[in-house]
Write a protein that binds this ligand. Structure first.
Ligand SMILES: CC(=O)N[C@@H](C)C(=O)N[C@@H](C)C(=O)O
Length: 822
């Protein structure tokens, strides 16, 4: 077991489970249970963990055995039963990506799905490929013939088919100091294999953000993003400092640390600088895209359209960081621009041989100087336009995520931008929209080839209120159409295009994912001309137990009216927000679930952990408080400067609204959230101490004054606490006034009122909300006699998503809530 359990039993739990706090003494009923299993071995002396058992271990020696540390013996049967059910949920597969190919015989097409499934024992996600032959006859339902077995992709970091579909790149990033391996496969064999030494570059980025792997149209070059090798560290031996430094290892010397170098924060430990490389598949030679300054990190590379006799260009995104690299994971507010540069295999021989790679030899062109953010470049099929997404609202306001926009520039074949060239807004930022109409673009990834055959319609997935929908966008007129069924309140997400048809996945909080196939029936693109079919697939198989428990559940998306409309600065902030209510019996205890960010959203889609909690007999209220993505920019911006009050009040109003609606009469209420959702969880138990019977917080923000000096995103503390005036205040050296403001906005300022038993799940490697935030708050609760339990996962980062940690987290949440809410 890679995980470590820390159960800090409060003194009160040792003394018969009484929950003690300075304001109130409460006696909880305690059941002392003597457990007599078929072969009695144990005597449980306390409901918590005082337990002695004598048993013969496999070596025959009799040693007293202790209860597992952190397992509440009064709940052991519950723990065992829940762990079985949770395993059934955990084993449900996810589709990561999909591709379609022309079929060999010209009839129909082939679908290839990259699927992942957690492997608890190995504490890894197994990845495998499963394929299907897709046949379709005009308007008839398409049929999928699935390959009999999946093929496991052990050790594979990513795969990328070539544009013609005749070759497949397989990348294997190695651990330690081993080379990265590239394999090129044809339909039935390995054609070539290349080992790229660490001295050339480190791991290829497969992170979904800097990541970019692009085949050229001739399919003889691949451009990609990989870690630039670190400069050598100073070397010392028995004679002292060894001049010159080297990366070689030998036994008679050691490496010093040199100097601290900034990295990109949470999930990017060890990543200082992504660079662009090109491999020639005929020679195996790897060249670096030159001219990139040290302060520019680059990614998302694509080839510009190829034109005979003209230098070949690469287009990519650059993020500059002069003084400090601030965390970039979940943070779309980092300024970035599109650049073009000449392919290192299309430069003059003397340029390539030049060892200097200086900027003058390889001039880069900033293609988007007039906008603060440009990412995900995509060329139109005719090569005339370059489309890109922008997070400018996020960059300009400082909110870590916000409404996106889509833009178009006219591509000039020499890879340069004419300064008079206009940048067109295809989808502008929507500040506020009418009920039921397009709320704005919330899309942070595009398919490699998102184009329908007319060459001007892009297909993408975007958040719309509490669901994801599939949209078509005419990039010349700017017309946006919702092509996933308007009446559906499930979430729809595109997997791949099959010529002009869409391969999608849908799910809801009570339905496991399902593959759907959308056929464009009429010639006119957009409107209601899409017909959708459910496709049966072996991918999302689940146990009878899971099916049975899901069949008893229902959900609806509720509109919650804003309480204090007079406090709102904009019209968009007065509009109702949403909450997803998942229920079976009206009298079930209720779990209020709160997303993080805060500019993120809980989707009405299938989430294994939430489905597990509903299957335990809890109703769920999943609140998309104002500030969430998917509701227009005014509603989102309304939260800046008001965290800890507006968001807290929105959650309380949602609970009240639900209760007054008569849909439920919960016996007890629990609250659960991670990160900013943990901030809300701990605020709620402090600000509304009588309302919650139990709480669970995953890497919660509890004290902004502590977080600002320890997190990878100190700017977040300023933006969310100060609002629009944050830039004037932001500094790495907070003043006493700043610290006092941060404290007043934090859950820790309400700690004296808390009495709710609270479970803390903390990742020791979290760079975003370092473990000290949760630990400080939890220790302060214990000091006050509030019942709490802390589990620290030593190798986990902010998301606590290693399979074993995720499993143990939700098992403990389920048991904790059962203990205090039923
Ligand atoms: C921007 C960011 O990471 N904020 C954190 C405080 C947070 O809430 N993170 C979100 C993304 C989460 O759900 O973990």
């Amino acid at each position: 077991m890679a995980t470590l359990l820390h159960h800090f039993c409060s003194s009160s739990t040792f003394s018969n489970g009484c929950v003690k706090n300075p304001l109130q003494f409460q006696i909880r009923p305690v059941s002392f249970r003597f457990i007599f299993p078929p072969h009695p071995r144990r005597i449980s002396l306390s409901p918590q963990r005082l337990l002695v058992s004598f048993s013969m271990d496999s070596h025959g020696a009799g040693y007293p055995k202790e209860a597992p540390f952190g397992v509440d013996m009064a709940m052991e049967e519950e723990y065992a039963a829940q762990s079985k059910l949770l395993q059934d949920f955990v084993s449900i597969c996810n589709i990561e990506r999909a591709w379609t190919f022309k079929s060999e015989n010209g009839k129909g097409s082939m679908g290839m799905f990259s699927v992942s499934q957690p492997n608890l024992l190995a504490n890894k996600r197994k990845k495998f490929i499963i394929s299907a032959h897709i046949s379709k006859e005009r308007t008839e339902a398409p049929t999928f013939q699935w390959s009999p077995f999946p093929v496991e992709m052990t050790g594979v970091s990513t795969i990328v088919p070539s544009p013609s579909g005749s070759k497949l790149l397989v990348v294997r990033n190695a651990d330690n100091e081993c080379p990265t391996q590239f394999e090129i496969w044809s339909h039935c064999q390995l054609e070539n294999e290349f080992q790229i030494a660490q001295s050339v570059h480190g791991s290829v980025y497969t992170d979904g953000w800097f990541e970019g792997i692009s085949w050229n149209s001739e399919e003889n070059l691949i451009a990609y993003v990989a870690e630039v090798p670190a400069p050598p560290k100073p070397t010392f031996n028995s004679n002292g400092y060894k001049k010159g430094g080297s990366n070689e290892k030998d036994c008679s010397s050691w490496k010093g640390q040199g100097e601290f170098e900034e990295e990109w924060g949470e999930t990017y430990a060890g990543k200082r600088q992504p660079g662009i490389f090109v491999i020639n598949l005929e020679s195996g030679e790897v060249r670096t895209l030159g001219g990139i300054s040290k302060s520019l990190s680059v990614g998302q590379v694509v080839w510009a359209p190829e034109i005979e006799g003209i230098h070949q260009y690469l287009v990519f995104v650059g993020w500059s960081a002069d003084k400090r690299k601030l965390g970039i994971k979940y943070c779309y507010n980092r300024p970035c621009a599109l650049y073009s540069g000449r392919s290192p295999f299309h430069c003059e021989a003397n340029e390539v041989e030049s060892k200097n790679n200086v900027a003058e030899d390889f001039p880069l062109c900033n293609l988007t100087p007039s906008i603060s953010s440009a990412c995900h470049p995509r060329f139109s099929p005719d090569g005339k336009y370059l489309l890109f997404l922008s997070c400018k609202s996020s960059v300009d306001s400082g909110a870590h995520s916000a409404t996106n926009s889509l833009h178009r520039i006219h591509w000039l074949i020499d890879g340069k931008l004419n300064s008079s060239e206009t940048l067109y807004d295809v989808i502008p930022i929507i500040m506020n929209s009418e009920e039921g109409s397009f709320p704005g673009l919330y899309c942070l990834s595009l398919l490699k080839n998102p184009w329908l055959s007319d060459g001007r319609t892009m297909v993408l997935t975007s958040i719309w209120g509490s669901i994801e929908v599939i949209l078509t966008v005419d990039v010349l007129s700017g017309n946006v159409s919702r092509v996933s069924p308007v009446k559906s309140n499930s979430s729809w997400s595109i997997l791949a295009l099959d010529r002009d048809n869409i391969l999608a996945v849908t799910s809801s909080p009570v339905d496991v994912p399902q593959i759907n196939y959308g056929l464009l029936i009429e010639n006119s693109i957009g409107g209601d001309s899409w017909r959708w079919w459910d496709i049966s697939s072996p991918i999302f198989k689940c146990s009878e137990k899971v099916k049975k428990s899901l069949s008893t559940l229902q959900f609806n998306i509720m509109k919650i009216p804003v309480k204090d409309v007079s406090d709102c600065r904009t019209k968009g902030a007065t509009k109702p927000y949403e909450a997803i209510f998942v229920s079976s019996e009206a009298t079930n205890p209720l779990i209020v679930i709160l997303h993080g960010g805060p500019h993120s959203v809980s989707l009405a889609s299938f989430t294994k952990s939430s489905a597990f909690l509903s299957s335990l007999g809890f109703n769920l209220l999943i609140v998309n408080y104002r500030g969430s993505l998917g509701f227009g920019e005014e509603a989102l911006q309304s939260l800046l400067g008001r965290i800890g009050s507006q968001d807290v009040n929105d959650v309380i109003a949602a609970i009240d609204h639900l209760i007054h609606s008569g849909l439920t009469n919960p016996s007890k209420i629990a609250v659960l959230g991670g990160s900013h959702g943990g901030f809300l969880t701990t605020h709620l138990i402090g600000q509304a101490p009588d309302r919650f019977a139990a709480a669970a917080a995953r890497n919660p923000v509890c004290n902004l004054a502590l977080m600002t000096g320890t997190t990878d995103i100190p700017d977040w503390c300023y933006v969310e606490s100060c609002g629009p005036s944050w830039k004037e205040n932001y500094t790495e050296a907070p003043s006493a006034e700043h610290l006092s403001l941060f404290h007043s906005k934090s859950p820790i300022s309400h700690i004296s009122k808390v009495k709710t038993p609270t479970l803390f799940l903390l990742g020791a490697q979290d760079l975003r909300v370092p473990v000290s935030n949760g630990l400080q708050y939890a220790r302060a609760l214990k000091e006050r006699g509030v019942d709490c339990k802390i589990i620290v996962f030593p190798s986990d980062v902010h998301s606590i998503d290693k399979p074993q940690s995720d499993f143990e987290s939700f098992l403990n949440i389920g048991v904790w809530f059962k203990k205090y809410c039923t």
